[in-house]
Design a protein around this ligand. Structure first.
Ligand code: FEO
Ligand code: CA
Ligand code: CA
Length: 627
């Protein structure tokens, strides 16, 4: 979509394509590796995801309620994990969503919804857009990653933290470029994050009055923690305060009850009003004189790359940001130990010794997959007043031909990195270059990463139209449809080696009679039973709109289409209530903002501006969503 134009990795690192060629002839290696795993290891992993989610519930629930009630028990069953009727491809297009006949959906918090009942509302009138000030009191646009933090049992009440990744100028402003600072502020306030308290009232989820609800956007005070916090690379001559988060793509959550929002295509919001030549680092991160055309630099000097007073401003973006969804007075913290990349999501699991392990993809063609492992047990670190996300080791992935791989530590004790960077802060700020130096494997746009109950880690590699090395045996050069890779780490997520395999090549689902068809996997979430939810972003076959499918994690031949979005939208973001009987997903950029294509969530009228929104999914028989 708007952010899919760059290729900034000019390093000579070996492409994943090359590795994949060799790999696919040896596809049984991972299976053998799994067979060698100790039973105790697998048992320790089972339910890890549930433990994390349970801990969130424990942090946020009333003290007398059970921990993780019902969320995490992996179900031992012999039948298929997924039994619902699919949405036939023939019915998966048009201006309104479609859902499996076993399911039903409702719409929650479209762009412009008041954060507090009775606040200013925007409902899609093309002639009366919100003011910049009103937008700070409303749900933003570009709904993406999110997580529901339970209140009480959480099955009908919680705080939803939700990302607002992007909204184009035509969609938000109704014109191609801003004409005033007010226009820029409206655009900026439509980006960021919403924290909004929601509750099921008379069978319908809705926004309720709350002292927890807040908007975080491009002009909200933030702070920095970890190795880069005091670096000169975050300082500007203007000495302007630390403000804002932008292009909040996918997300994560921690066992201590916080939300992680991940800054992705931050480069696109900067531009140059005067003479400017990119530095090596700026080029590696894809900065350009016009950015993605937002035009903020024309009215807000923070985003002007040619203004020397704001040199380094761009280093303040590209981080994972931690938000306390239960405390509206908390200042969002950018966790610099996790590195500065175009972050997709941050999948946190608890590994050996209680360490917090965070998997992260850098979504650009030929960029890398990263892993952070906290210094020690997350509980003991927090007890000592140290964030587990501030101290630890950062690694980048290298996939070997034989189905093995290694996590290459990004440390200043590596002579090659010491020769390239002045200090750890510089290395983390330009960590893409560190990945180049150590020889990480170039991937086909790493998007969401999720962990299954058996310890498998999945990553969506959405597509790569610019991969040039073709091989008839593998549909990956160019790779317009993408694939999903999975790996299993040694030492309960904390080790430096892994085994890996391809879960599915999207191309393999494109047979004439194959109703599994999908392209460009993006959002992923594995549930505690081993279902893998797959959300897509662009280029579907058979005229399909973007969609959500459910795969059996043990068998990629078993993939079913549960939901299709509206014309021009992307399906992204996913969270569930603790009982998993309610699922929330997002429709992003419906109709790409064009009311001639769809007016969602309004009825079709050809006029009303379509609005990004959350979809609430329940099973008609009250069962777990995905079953
Ligand atoms: Fe924001 Fe890579 O998707
Ligand atoms: Ca995405
Ligand atoms: Ca995408």
């Amino acid at each position: 979509m708007i952010h899919d134009n760059g290729t900034s990795n000019q390093s000579g690192n070996r492409s994943f394509q090359d590795v994949l060629q060799a790999r696919l002839s040896r596809r049984n290696v991972l299976a053998r590796g799994a067979a060698l795993s100790a039973t105790g290891f697998l048992a320790a992993l089972a339910g890890n995801k549930a433990l994390v989610q349970g801990a969130v519930a424990a942090t946020t629930q009333l003290a007398d309620t059970p921990v993780g009630s019902g969320s995490g028990t992996a179900i031992a069953q012999s039948g298929s994990l997924i039994n619902f009727p699919i949405v036939p491809a023939a019915e998966g297009s048009g201006p309104v969503p479609n859902i499996s006949s076993d399911y039903q959906y409702d719409v929650l918090i479209p762009w412009g919804t008041p954060l507090q009942p009775g606040g200013p509302e925007y409902t899609g009138n093309p002639n009366s857009r919100p003011t910049a000030a009103q937008q700070t009191q409303q749900v933003g646009i570009g709904h993406d990653g999110m997580w529901l933090f339970p209140i009480g049992m959480g099955n009908d009440h919680g705080v939803l933290a939700i990302n607002h990744e992007f909204g184009t100028n035509p969609h938000v402003l109704g014109k191609a470029a801003p004409e005033s600072l007010e226009d820029v502020r409206l655009s900026q306030h439509a980006h960021g994050v919403s924290v909004v308290e929601v509750k099921k009232v008379s069978g319908k989820w809705q926004v309720v009055a709350s002292n927890k609800s807040r908007r975080i956007h491009v002009n909200t005070p933030v702070t920095y923690s970890g190795p880069v916090a005091n670096s000169k690379l975050l300082k500007t001559a203007a000495n302007d305060p630390f403000l804002g988060t932008v292009n909040n793509c996918a997300s994560g959550y921690t066992p201590w009850g916080t939300y992680l929002t991940c800054e992705e295509n931050f480069n696109g919001y900067f531009g140059a009003t005067g003479e400017w030549t990119p530095t090596e680092a700026q080029a590696r991160y894809g900065f350009s004189a016009n950015g993605f055309g937002y035009g903020w630099q024309n009215f807000d000097e923070r985003f002007d790359l040619s203004n020397p007073d704001y040199a380094n401003e761009e280093n303040r973006f590209g981080w994972v940001v931690e938000i306390d969804p239960m405390d509206a007075s908390q200042t969002p913290v950018k966790r610099t130990a996790l590195g500065r990349i175009k972050h997709e999501n941050a999948e946190l699991v608890v590994g050996r010794g209680g360490r917090a392990v965070v998997y992260m993809g850098d979504d650009e063609r030929f960029d890398y997959i990263y892993k952070f492992v906290s210094e020690s047990n997350w509980r003991s670190m927090r007890a000592r007043g140290i964030s587990p996300l501030d101290r630890g080791k950062l690694y980048v992935a290298k996939f070997n031909d034989d189905g093995t791989g290694s996590w290459l530590e990004l440390t200043m004790t590596n002579p090659a990195l010491k020769a390239r960077f002045a200090d750890q802060a510089e290395m983390l700020t330009y960590v893409r270059i560190a990945g180049d130096v150590v020889g990480a494997t170039k991937m086909d746009r790493p998007e969401w990463i999720t962990t299954g109950p058996d310890g498998d880690v999945y990553c969506a590699l959405t597509n790569n139209s610019r991969r040039q090395v073709a091989d008839a045996a593998n549909p990956v050069a160019p790779n317009p449809d993408g694939h999903i890779i999975k790996w299993r780490d040694s030492n309960q997520f904390t080790g430096t080696t892994f085994t890996w395999d391809i879960f599915v090549l999207a191309r393999d689902t494109h047979g004439a009679d194959d109703e599994r068809t999908f392209s460009s996997p993006d959002g992923l979430w594995a549930d505690p039973d081993g279902r893998l939810f797959i959300e897509t972003d662009g280029g579907q076959q058979k005229g399909l709109n973007d969609q959500m499918l459910v795969a059996d994690g043990a068998n990629s031949d078993e993939i079913r289409r549960m939901f299709t979005g509206v014309t021009g939208c992307e399906v992204t973001g996913l969270t569930v209530t603790p009982d998993r009987k309610t699922m929330f997903i997002n429709l992003q950029h419906p109709g790409d903002g064009d009311p001639a294509l769809t007016n969602f969530p309004a009825p079709v009228d050809g006029v009303t501006i379509p609005r990004d929104a959350t979809i609430v999914i329940t099973k008609k028989d009250g069962g777990i969503v995905g079953s």
